[in-house]
Design a protein around this ligand. Structure first.
Ligand SMILES: Nc1nc2c(ncn2[C@@H]2O[C@H](COP(=O)(O)OP(=O)(O)OP(=O)(O)O)[C@@H](O)[C@H]2O)c(=O)[nH]1
Ligand SMILES: [Mg+2]
Length: 260
């Protein structure tokens, strides 16, 4: 047993000597170039791996209860509304190729969609999902908008001041849903109203209060009326109808941030 070990060490030493001799014979410039190339490729390899890993395919759906998130979720996945009339008690979560792209299965990257219930006690789940979100869709009920405007603005304000959203500049799509009804408000109207409400919240929340401690960042530019264009992350407004399946603007947003 011991003899075997010695032999093995001898063999190794021979190899090392040979390698040493060989290295000495090679002109130093060639050696440096070889080492340089080796280092460069390994750095590039690591960089590509890192970039691939950080590229998320998660899209988070948030918004007040009843805005239509669950209907949109099923519309994206199955192309039907599933009549989600019950208030969700748990997040809906699935990875799938968008229904409208089902002819491209295997060619496009699946999207991971999470529908976070709007009930105030379940909203805290959002914090678990935001760190890996490639985009956030804030669904607004365009039909029953005015009575819910304040509530929607507060929820949106909380989202737009979260460190996880601001630091990673998570793109936000404000999706005015239920546009199948003629009485639905336009996206321009909804955007303006939300900006006004957020502007009011900004002044009321700058005083040190419990609500203020929860908000990690301040919004907009002080002394200037708030507008979504002041946000560090991209905030866009779009329209949809989950019920009738008119969700092309939502799908466009998803494909912009989860590349196939
Ligand atoms: N007219 C119309 N009604 C819709 C549309 N989308 C959803 N609804 C209705 O709105 C209600 C609420 O829809 P949900 O998808 O369950 O709402 P949600 O956002 O998931 O609500 P929570 O789970 O409580 O957070 C249901 O009665 C839907 O039928 C739409 O595009 N048009
Ligand atoms: Mg729901």
């Amino acid at each position: 047993m011991e003899g075997g070990m010695e032999e093995w060490i001898n063999e190794l030493q021979k190899w090392l000597k040979q390698a040493d001799q060989w290295i000495r014979e090679v002109p130093p410039v060639q050696l440096y170039v070889a080492i340089g190339v080796l280092l460069l490729t390994s750095v590039l390899f690591l960089l590509v791996r890192l970039l691939k890993r950080t590229k998320s395919n998660t899209i988070v759906l948030a918004g007040l209860s009843g805005s239509g998130k669950t209907v949109l979720f099923y519309q994206l996945r199955d192309g039907s509304s599933h009549q989600g009339t019950v208030t969700s008690m748990d997040p809906n979560e699935d990875s799938f190729v968008l229904h409208s792209e089902s002819d491209k299965v295997g060619k496009v990257k699946p999207v991971h969609v999470i529908d976070v219930p709007g009930h105030s006690r379940l909203r805290t789940k959002l914090d678990d999902y935001l760190p890996r979100a490639a985009g956030l869709v804030f669904v607004v009920d365009a039909l029953d908008f005015l009575p819910n405007c304040r509530g929607a603005a507060e929820y949106l304000y909380d989202i737009l001041t979260k460190a996880s959203v601001v630091k990673k500049k998570i793109p936000v799509l404000i999706l005015c849903n239920k546009t199948d009804k003629v009485t639905a408000h336009t996206k321009e109207f909804i955007r303006k109203q939300l900006e006004k409400e957020i502007d009011k919240l900004r002044t009321s929340r700058t005083a040190i209060s419990e609500a203020d401690i929860a908000n990690e960042f301040t919004l907009g530019v002080s002394d200037v009326p708030f507008s979504f264009t002041q946000c560090h992350n991209k905030v866009n407004v779009a329209e949809s109808s989950g019920l009738t399946g008119e969700i092309s603007q939502l799908e466009q947003f998803i494909r912009e941030y989860v590349s196939g």
